[in-house]
Design a protein around this ligand. Structure first.
Ligand SMILES: *Cc1c(COP(=O)(O)O)cnc(C)c1O
Length: 393
């Protein structure tokens, strides 16, 4: 399209927006009117819906995905020499919880094409002190679970899936979270479903699930938690836990969001496939590759790589130029091993994880959310073309 035909869109298009309807509003009002707004019957219902959907024994709700990762790692009772391997391209929560649990983070590189945690690089970083591996299903594309399962098969290394992006995705024909391995979901407003904020840990191991329930609520004993209405008052504190319980007003959103998950994900997929077509003849912008093993994508985000060489702008300048055209973008994520804390603690230098570092300079996320229209999407692609044309070397 010639630059003369270009028209800047009038209203800013955010990179993500939640899809909230009348059902969510009515359910929240029901909580507010009932006099019971904190953890209660709606949280129980939301947990039951998760168990039913995924066919697992336990679904432990928490007030964020981060809290879910925190209790899942805390349940491993790691020591200061213990190591947990996580990918470098992830949200800070994945490794921060390892640090908060007093253990050591070991960063693994990512596949240059899909940005999923690289199994070969991960395997090379396993030592006698490795106690857990936390693969991230990046952007909604499952990590290569078969490979990570074989690395953790002996039972000495735990496998915790960071499935914050992957609700509704599947690996080898099975929905993520249905295997019964510890799997952590997030309901932050940008994720595939939202509860305002919130998280869920799904698993089949009832002993670990009970430990997670203790850790999410002050370490107060199950007996005490379960006897509201019986008139009994005494309780015991078994260990020092956190205050990570989900509220009923959060679950009120989540209950209706989960019912809409499949239709919302289908819309995400339609838009993603349309982006693939629209971007096919924009050589400066490359969508991420698809994994080679059987998997379905939940399309939490649509990530592309910028050819900074061809455009003559770095990624941040390019994103600022798009913002000038009223197009919002996201950054998921800069390489964590080069952030100040991790560099200071572990001495990482540039060059240590080359794929993560190269991706970190190029990737950004285009607007993608179920309520987005095809006109919105056309605006994004026209703005990309305009910024490229304005700056082309
Ligand atoms: C969003 C996210 C989390 C944390 O979830 P919150 O609900 O925001 O605490 C963890 N890991 C990844 C990869 C995420 O994108």
């Amino acid at each position: 399209m010639a630059a003369t035909e270009y028209r800047r869109r009038e209203r800013f298009l955010p990179f993500s927006r939640p899809t909230l309807g009348e059902e969510e509003k009515t359910e929240v009002l029901d909580s507010l009117n009932s006099g019971w707004i904190t953890t209660g019957p709606k949280v129980v219902r939301f947990e039951e819906m998760f168990k039913e959907r995924l066919g697992v024994n336990s679904a432990v709700s928490v007030n964020s995905g981060t809290a879910g990762l925190h209790v899942a790692v805390a349940a491993l009772e790691l020591g200061p020499e213990d190591e947990v391997i996580v990918p470098s391209i992830t949200w800070a929560a994945t490794s921060n919880v390892v640090e908060l649990c007093g253990a050591r983070t070991v960063f693994a590189d990512v596949d240059p094409d899909t940005i999923c945690m690289d199994p070969d690089d991960t395997a090379a970083r396993i030592t006698g002190r490795t106690r857990a591996i936390i693969p991230v299903h990046y952007a909604g594309q499952p990590a290569d679970l078969g490979r990570f399962r074989s690395m953790t098969a002996g039972g000495n290394i735990a496998l915790i899936q960071d499935a914050a992006h992957a609700l509704g995705a599947s690996y080898d024909g099975r929905e993520i979270g249905s295997s019964g391995e510890t799997c952590v979901f997030s309901f932050h407003p940008t994720k595939n479903i939202t509860a305002g904020e919130g998280g869920m840990v799904t698993l089949n191991n009832e002993d670990i699930a009970e430990r997670l329930r203790l850790l999410r609520f002050h370490g107060v004993s199950r007996e005490a938690r379960n006897r509201s209405g019986t008139g009994a008052l005494a309780y015991d504190v078994i260990l020092p836990g956190w205050k990570y319980n989900m509220l009923d007003i959060q679950a009120a959103l989540g209950i209706h969001q989960l019912k809409k998950l499949d239709s919302m994900n289908a819309r995400r997929r339609e838009l993603a496939e349309r982006y693939d077509l629209l971007l096919a003849d924009v050589p400066e912008i490359t969508p991420l590759g698809r994994v080679k093993y059987p998997a379905t994508h939940s399309w939490h985000i649509y990530v592309v790589k910028l050819s900074t060489e061809a455009v003559g702008l770095d990624r941040d300048a390019f994103a600022s130029a798009l913002a000038e055209e009223n197009i919002g973008t996201g950054l998921h994520f800069p390489p964590l091993h080069l952030s100040s804390y991790y560099r200071r603690k572990y001495g990482y230098e540039p060059g240590s994880l080359p794929n993560a570092e190269d991706a970190g300079k190029r990737i950004f996320s285009l607007p993608l959310f179920p309520l987005m229209t095809e006109e919105d999407q056309d605006d994004v692609v026209m703005a990309l073309r305009k910024v490229i044309a304005d700056n082309h070397r």
